[in-house]
Design a binder for this molecule. Structure first.
Ligand code: DON
Length: 586
C-alpha cells in the first residue's frame, strides 16, 4: 500500500498546505448518486455491489458482493482467508454488528512466537503457516447474506466468480505489488500471483481459475468451507504446511453478532465497532474528550486544534493499551471508557498550551473498575499490528447502510496461498501481543487482555462507523491503516462535523496521528511547516509521514466513505485519492 501514486502525492503536497486542511485541487467533490452507492478501493468491486443493487439487492447484498469481489480484484487485502467486521444500519434504524474476526487455533499458546530464550522470533507471527488465524470472512459474509440480504448467495457471488474466471487488467501498482518478495517464498503463491517468476505486466489480464472454483463451491454449498469437503481440503493444506489450524478449528468457527458501541458527538449519534476491536471505544473516548472544545472556531489543522485532538488520541490510546482485548475472554470496561464524565476528567488533564509527555499520563481516578483492573494488570507492552486492510461503504436506495472493514492483516497476509484453492491466508495472529514489552512494527503496545489464547480473537483497530443525525444515517465511515484507522475515522468525522467540510474534503484533508507510544505526532507530508513549527514549540515531537516497516510513507490509510445529504437525500461517495478507490453510484 505504501508509496503508491507517489507522483500524485508529490503534486498534492505542494498544493495543499495552505488550505485550512482542504486540498487546493483534485476531487474535492464527492460522487453524487440518487439511489445507491458503493465506495471501495477498487472500481470493479464497487461496480459489483452496484450491479447487485440494480438487480434488486439491498445494501447487504451489495456489501457481500463487493466483499467477495475484493477477494478477487484486491488480493493484497480483500479476502476469503481473513476476517472482518460489518456494521449494518437498516433504514428503520435497526443496527447489527457482525464480528467475523479470525480466531487463534485451539493449539495456540501464549509464547508460540518466542524462541528458547524468550525472544520474539522474527516474522514468525507474520509470514508463513504459523501466523494464520482461523478465517472468518466466508462465515461472516454468508451470515450477512442469509440474515439481512434479499437475494441468494449465488446471485451476489456471481460478479466475483466472473471476475476470478474471466480476469481483470492489472494496473501498474497492482502488477508491481505482486513482486512482493515474501510471496516468492511460497510455491503456490509464486505460481498464482507471480506466474513462477514470469511476472504479470501492467495491463495484463489476471485470471484466477482456482479461486473461481472455490468461490463456486462456496456459492453452491457455503457450509462446506467450515464443515464439508472444502474444510477438509483446507485443513489438510494447513497441516501439511505446519499451521496449527485443524478441521476442528474450522468446524468451531462462529460469527458473533455483537452490540455495537454507541456514543454521541455534538448531537450526532456515533455507532461503531465494539471489542474485539478497539476502534469504536477509542474513537468515542477521543470524541468525548474533544466535545468540550469548540474545535470549529479553532479551524481545521490549526496548531491549537491539532494539539487538543492529539491529546485526546494520546489518552484514548493509553487506555486501549491497558484494557482492550477479546470480550469473550476478559471483562472490558467499555462503559466506563466511553462515559462522558471520564472524557471530561481526561480533558481536565490537558494543558492548553503544551503537549503532555506520554510517559507522564496519569489516568483520572473516577471509576474504581478502571483502577482495580489497571492495578491487577500492570501496563504491558507489545503488539503486532500491520498496516494493510481494506474498507468499503454501501448505501442503497431504501437508505440501508453497511460499513465493512476486512483484513488478512499484512499486505497479502501470511503470503500463504491454500494449495489448489486459490486464496491467500491471513497473518492475523500477529495482532495478538507476542510478548509484553516488545512494541510491534507500528510501535503499538497493549496489555494482558490481548495475550494469545486458544480460540481467542486478536485485538483489532478496525473501525467501521455509522453516524446518525435526526434519526437518519448521515455518514458511513471506515479505513484500513492499523492504529491509524481510528485517527483516520476521527479526522474524517471531525472534518464534517467540526469543520463543515463535505465528505470528499474531509477524506482528502491531511491526517495527523498519535497513539500514545511512541510519543510522536505523525503528520502527513503536506502539512504546513509553519503549523508544525508552532506544534514543536508546544512540545511535540513531529514526524512527517510514517515509518512503515523500513520505508517512510508520506501518507496513510484509505478512507472509503459515504455521506447522505440530509436535505436532498443524495448519496455522496468519497473515495480516497491516496489509493485507486472508486465511488460508483446510480
Ligand atoms: O485488525 C487490525 O486492526 C489490523 N489487522 C488491521 C491491519 C490494517 O488495518 C492494515 N491497513 N492498512
Amino acid at each position: 500500500m505504501r508509496f503508491r501514486h507517489k507522483s500524485l502525492i508529490l503534486l498534492l503536497m505542494a498544493a495543499a498546505a495552505a488550505c485550512g486542511g482542504r486540498l487546493a485541487f483534485g476531487s474535492t467533490q464527492p460522487v453524487h448518486a440518487q439511489h445507491g452507492i458503493v465506495v471501495s478501493v477498487h472500481e470493479l468491486a464497487s461496480r459489483a455491489g452496484v450491479e447487485i443493487m440494480q438487480a434488486g439487492g439491498n445494501a447487504v447484498d451489495a456489501a457481500v458482493a463487493t466483499g467477495f469481489a475484493l477477494a478477487v480484484v484486491h488480493p493484497a487485502a480483500g479476502n476469503i482467508g481473513g476476517g472482518g467486521f460489518m456494521l449494518v444500519r437498516m433504514a428503520d434504524g435497526k443496527t447489527h454488528f457482525l464480528d467475523y474476526r479470525e480466531k487463534a487455533p485451539a493449539a495456540a499458546k501464549a509464547d508460540m512466537y518466542l524462541d528458547a530464550h524468550g525472544n520474539v522470533i522474527e516474522n514468525a507471527s507474520t509470514i508463513g503457516y504459523k501466523a494464520i488465524g482461523v478465517p472468518g470472512s466466508v462465515a461472516g459474509m454468508v451470515y450477512a447474506e442469509q440474515e439481512f440480504g434479499k437475494l441468494t448467495l449465488k446471485q451476489v457471488m456471481a460478479p466475483a466468480i466472473r471476475l476470478a474466471r474471466e480476469g481483470y487488467p492489472l494496473s501498474w501498482g497492482e502488477a508491481r505489488d505482486l513482486h512482493d518478495k515474501y510471496l516468492t517464498q511460497f510455491a503456490e503463491s509464486r505460481r498464482i500471483f507471480q506466474r513462477d517468476g514470469n511476472y504479470y505486466q501492467p495491463g495484463e489480464i489476471f485470471r484466477q481459475p482456482d479461486l473461481a472454483r472455490t468461490l463456486e463451491r462456496i456459492a453452491t454449498k457455503p457450509d462446506d468451507f467450515y464443515h464439508g469437503r472444502l474444510a477438509g481440503e483446507l485443513a489438510a493444506v494447513m497441516q501439511k504446511g505446519g499451521s496449527l489450524i485443524t478441521a476442528d478449528d474450522l468446524a468451531h468457527y462462529e460469527v458473533k453478532e455483537r452490540e455495537p458501541i454507541r456514543g454521541t458527538y455534538r448531537g450526532y449519534e456515533v455507532i461503531s465497532a465494539p471489542p474485539p476491536s478497539s476502534g469504536g471505544t477509542v474513537l468515542i473516548e477521543s470524541l468525548n474528550i474533544l466535545e468540550g472544545y469548540d474545535l470549529g472556531k479553532l479551524e481545521s489543522r490549526s496548531a491549537q486544534s491539532i494539539h487538543f485532538t492529539t491529546e485526546a488520541f494520546r489518552r484514548a490510546f493509553f487506555d486501549r493499551a491497558e484494557f482492550l482485548g477479546d470480550p469473550d475472554f476478559a471483562k472490558i470496561p467499555v462503559a466506563q471508557l466511553i462515559d462522558k464524565k471520564y472524557g471530561a476528567a481526561w480533558r481536565d488533564s490537558i494543558d492548553d498550551a503544551h503537549a503532555t509527555a506520554s510517559k507522564d499520563l496519569k489516568r483520572p481516578s473516577i471509576f474504581s473498575e478502571l483502577e482495580q483492573y489497571a492495578a491487577a494488570h500492570p501496563q504491558a507492552l507489545g503488539i503486532h499490528e500491520s498496516p494493510h486492510t481494506t474498507h468499503y461503504s454501501v448505501v442503497d436506495a431504501a437508505g440501508n447502510a453497511v460499513a465493512v472493514t476486512t483484513t488478512i492483516n499484512d499486505w497479502f497476509g501470511s503470503r500463504v496461498t491454500a494449495d489448489g484453492l486459490g486464496f491467500l491466508m491471513n497473518d492475523e495472529m500477529d495482532d495478538f501481543s507476542s510478548k509484553p514489552g516488545v512494541p510491534n512494527s507500528d510501535g503499538l503496545r497493549q496489555g494482558a487482555a490481548n495475550a494469545i489464547g486458544p480460540g481467542k480473537r486478536p485485538l483489532s483497530s478496525m473501525t467501521p462507523t455509522i453516524v446518525v443525525h435526526d434519526g437518519k444515517t448521515f455518514l458511513v465511515l471506515g479505513s484500513p491503516g492499523s492504529s491509524k484507522i481510528i485517527t483516520t475515522v476521527a479526522n474524517v468525522l471531525m472534518g464534517v462535523v467540526d469543520y463543515g467540510m463535505n465528505i470528499q474534503e474531509a477524506v482528502d484533508a491531511p491526517r495527523f496521528h498519535n497513539q500514545w507510544v511512541p510519543d510522536v505526532l505523525n503528520v502527513e507530508q503536506w502539512f504546513s511547516p509553519d503549523t508544525v513549527s508552532v506544534l514543536q514549540k508546544m512540545g511535540y515531537n513531529v514526524e512527517f509521514g510514517l515509518y512503515d516497516g523500513g520505508d517512510v510513507s508520506p501518507y496513510w490509510s484509505d478512507a472509503e466513505c459515504i455521506a447522505i445529504d440530509p436535505k436532498t437525500g443524495e448519496r455522496l461517495g468519497a473515495s480516497d485519492y491516496r489509493h485507486n478507490g472508486k465511488a460508483v453510484g446510480y
